[in-house]
Design a protein around this ligand. Structure first.
Ligand code: SF4
Ligand code: SF4
Length: 375
């Protein structure tokens, strides 16, 4: 395993971090606790020393499983990361209860890396309304958490605003070769790095969409590469090529994925991809983009919608359905992002959104087609 340095403490952190959002599941869809614990422990035995969980992963099971996995001497070997889902708290008291519940689930005394989870415009507003940063400072002073960060899922302008608003110890962004300019993207990575804020990467494989079902034209492009690599290896090597990043979280669901990721990130060096290799990755990325049905830029000029539909997210799901050839993971993920009573199927075709869309997208029609696929 390769390690990069967390400058704040001088600690060496494994380039591959253990994500626990997609733990192994049994045939009935429940988390396979035994397999999950065994995989987390094996990852630590193999040199991983960063384990990331969150309150809502697997409906709270992830935190409990991580807590069990870190018993028997494993806790001392890792940095443990958890996150505050402030959007789930109706008031400050509820936020405090969530925090306490996390410790009860994890059965630990301290969480090393604590993040404001999923920062978006409404989440960031709520965090401020509930004085979340003061609360986290208080918990750090009590010794319950060590380092304060945030994970991010909105536009670059908000990312820069959030970065500049607090002396963060670290941050976490989504980055893969398809998302170079999506959300914080590469510009966000450089922005944080210039400010001396370490960056943790999530979704290096775009939730498995870059590896599970490849469009035939993408397969053909990968075949043209001089060195034959799996799609996972191309994607992870592209992320690891960025010297600024601290660690790459991968939510591994099976021991084989863990073994493959361990192998790749033991070898992939920063700034090591050649011009030719970067060019083939660019060609694959362009091909994926060509396959996109509607080029929504996530600018959100169409919002708010009177039915409270998150329009750009709905369009993203519609696009990804065609891009990744109906990958069932997309359908499974849909209710996490488009909640009941605010789904495209609730669109009343008022077309208020369409007047504001700079891309002139037929939004009401897209909502209808999205609902036909997902609802
Ligand atoms: S057309 Fe549908 S999506 Fe657009 S604003 Fe009206 S209800 Fe919302
Ligand atoms: S205004 Fe158009 S391009 Fe912008 S987010 Fe809405 S649908 Fe997408």
């Amino acid at each position: 395993m390769q390690y990069r340095t967390f400058d704040k403490t001088g600690q060496k952190i494994s380039l591959l971090g253990m994500g626990t959002m997609r733990l192994p599941v049994t045939e009935d869809g429940q988390v396979d606790r035994e397999a999950a614990i065994s995989m987390i422990r094996h990852s630590i035995d193999e040199g991983i020393n960063y384990v990331d969980t969150a309150y809502m992963y697997h409906d709270g099971e992830s935190e409990k499983i991580v807590g069990q996995a870190l018993k028997d001497g494993y806790r001392e070997k890792v940095l443990l990361a958890d996150k505050m889902p402030v959007w789930l708290a109706k008031d400050e008291e509820a936020m405090r209860s969530i925090f306490d519940e996390q410790f009860a689930r994890l059965e630990v005394d301290v969480i090393d890396m604590y993040l404001v989870h999923n920062v978006t415009v409404p989440v960031w507003k709520r965090a401020q309304k509930f004085h979340l940063m003061d609360f986290l400072e208080e918990k750090r002073a009590e010794g319950k958490i060590r380092h304060i960060g945030f994970s991010f899922h909105d536009q670059l302008s908000l990312f820069k605003e959030v970065i500049d608003s607090y002396p963060w110890d670290f941050c976490q962004i989504q980055l893969n070769y398809m998302d170079k300019e999506f959300q914080a993207g590469e510009e966000g990575l450089h922005y944080a790095a210039e400010k001396g804020i370490p960056v943790i990467i999530m979704e290096p494989l775009k939730g498995g969409k870059l590896t599970d079902t490849l469009p035939p034209s993408v397969k053909a492009l990968w075949k043209q590469a001089e060195i034959q690599r799996t799609p996972a290896e191309w994607a992870l090597r592209w992320v690891a090529n960025h010297s600024e990043i601290l660690t790459i979280l991968s939510g591994m669901s099976a021991p084989e994925q863990l073994e493959e990721n361990l192998r790749i990130l033991s070898q992939a060096k920063p700034n090591s991809l050649t011009e030719k290799e970067l060019s083939i990755i660019d060609q694959v990325s362009s091909e994926y983009n060509r396959l996109i049905q509607y080029s929504c830029t996530s600018c959100k000029y169409c919002m708010p919608c009177p039915k409270k539909i998150d329009i750009p997210t709905a369009i993203r799901f519609y696009n990804e359905w065609f891009l990744y050839e109906g990958n069932p993971k997309i359908k499974a993920d849909y209710p996490n992002w488009l909640v009941k009573d605010r789904q495209p199927g609730d669109c009343i075709a008022c077309k208020a959104c369409e007047d504001h869309c700079p891309q002139h997208l037929p939004i009401s029609e897209i909502m209808k087609k999205t609902a036909e696929i997902f609802e």
